[in-house]
Design a protein. Sequence first.
Length: 386
Amino acid sequence: MPMRFGATLGVALAAAGAMSTAKAQTKIPVPEAPGVNMALIPLPAGANLEAALPGVIDKVGAANGGISQHSTPTQVDVGGVRMRVEAVSFTRAPNLAFFFLSTSTGRGVCMAGVPLDQVKTAAQPMGLACLRALGVGAGRVVAASPPSAPARETAAAPRPSLAAGPAAHAGNWAKVEGVYFRSLAGIGVGGMVIMRFAPTIFFKDGTFYETDDPALEDVDLAASKAASPHRWGRWSRQGDRFTLTDAKGRPNVYPLQEGALFKAFPASAASLSGSYKTVGGGGNTAVGGDVMIATQNRFNFLPGGVYTTQRSAGASNSGASTGVGSTLAARTAGEGRFNADRYTITFERPDGRRERRFFAFGSRRSPAQLDTGLLFIGDTAYTRAD
């Protein structure tokens, strides 16, 4: 195993209370993905997996210079057993994504180190190898439930409504130090682990806010902190290195424009035109199942401030586990007028209804250069489709 993975495994074993002599017996072969290093972290008998895993990840992070990215845990049903997946990146291992996979059996945790350029192709063989090591059936998903909603979408914190009248909190922008976006691990079509982008606003008082759909001038900041504390944290800066501490007190270090934190540009930086799309979904094909859900939203920005939208959705079940195969798809379209100004885009529909959303262009390279191939509408990232 590469030195970084081997050293990380040693820390993980110690954090989990496993005997050091077990290290040599924990490696899990992943023949379909030779670039992946994977090992089983055994837990002491009777250990509470849900309680133990966060501590293991935190200690591994501390030994690797801190956690730079941490995805929301995702769960799928595997052979009637609940499987949990967390994706983490560490500061001292910038070229690897670490995955922690576990099941409700409590037997142990699979830890995998995957080169960033192999994450997409390695996801399925990695998942199957872990299931085999944990003794879950034959390592094939035989039943599936809809993917769990991210923790940030809870009943206690509904998404704010989009405003149409005068901005109620226009003074918010005077409190802003800068607008950025972070890359975070998430779950996409078929349950595949992907990187998503989260626009984030830094305030002069040292707090940060991961944006929701509404434009900032329509957000009651105090109410947002109370309803959605997971969107808030604190930030500090030393040169081009930012430290972001989340609501649970966990610090992550982000070097600017080096893969995890980027500057966001306002609408005034370029003319908004062309087609942009975003793709999402869920399912379990990434871990050997037969259920895949896919959605695509598309904005077409035309001359004269006109826009059209398209939405498509599909679900497929090959029938391997149920004996029944199905595919569904639907498309709807809308149109209207738009106006983008600073970090806000206003949409006006044919019936006169208007709504404001957060807006920004992306960036690339260092120092930051405008990237019109990436933009944000609300908290969703869109990439150029034409």
